[in-house]
Design a protein around this ligand. Sequence first.
Ligand code: AMP
Length: 361
Amino acid sequence: MALFKLENVEDLYEIGEVLGSGHFGQVREVLERATGTRWAGKFLKLRKSASSRLGLERKNVEREVEILQSLQHCNIMALKDVFESRSEVVLIVELISGGELFDFIAAKESLTESEAIEFIEQILHGVEYMHSKRIAHFDLKPENIMLSDKLVPHPHIKIIDFGLAQHLTQGEEYRSLCGTPQYIAPEVINYEALSEGTDMWSIGVITYILLSGISPFQGDTDEETLRNILAMNYEFDDYHFSQTTAMAKDFIQKLLVKDQNERMTAEESLLHPWIKPLNRKQAASRCRSSINMKNFKKFNARRKWKMSYNMVSACNRLCHLQLLCKASAKANEELRQCESDQEDTESKPASLLRRRLSSSS
Ligand code: AMP
């Protein structure tokens, strides 16, 4: 079981500015008093009682901590220490100061496919490593892909937020309805057993967006998005993909496969010729092709806008979308748990959706 220190975190760390907000609390910059080293502190509110809907259950924090403790990879955020008080747990993690990958790219004038591949390859290395330990992230999306330092010539990817990650065990099935509509795989919507392949779908979606600036399954509503995913309703239209290589499209097509067992694994993806060209011709075509920057900038601006105005969790949205007709009683219970995600940040919409949930269950 994960060991949490009972000392007061403030005795050892000076708490600094807020870096971001997650489902159950804030992430702040912290300064280690003994060494003067800067870290990030993830402050997670604990659920006070079993009946409370506020905060995280301790067992879920333990799971996130245990997963982070077992992952040591240059493309995955490192965990240093964990402190526990009566009401919260503080994870001291490596400070990732380069911001989100998508913001970094959106600030550029242009980007070739080969430059984009440098980032996708690093994501794949991190994911291949975690999958080799049978850990799946289950929430891969642009917000969770950051850069350690954006000022260096070849910025380093860091995957963050293991709040939904799971250790998959042989012989045990894991199902979940959590995730973000745009990035979730069909098996999530269908409440089927998930696998490492579920992450690979999300990488397919992220790559699609990165190259075109449009989201493959995006509908006018979340319900439409989920229906598009189930119907595998996506295409590489000429307008948005005019500058994209056939190899890139093939890479995406091998990830956006409905049957999770038929999707490329992280290991296979790293060997795909788009990532690892077999000859000079393939390598050269990647340098000539570029990403659709005008559209990408628009996508990112919209994404940031949505992030600040729509803090209601995806689970909440999944709840009130009656699409989840297949969800069992256990699924509904799980949805209720996910539902508390945004309680303290957006009490109004959350409570509204909760009412809708209870009236539909
Ligand atoms: P999380 O709850 O892990 O999703 O984190 C919420 C937000 O805090 C993220 O979207 C980031 O903007 C920021 N953040 C998380 N971890 C770090 C970190 N290690 N260093 C810097 N910022 C972070």
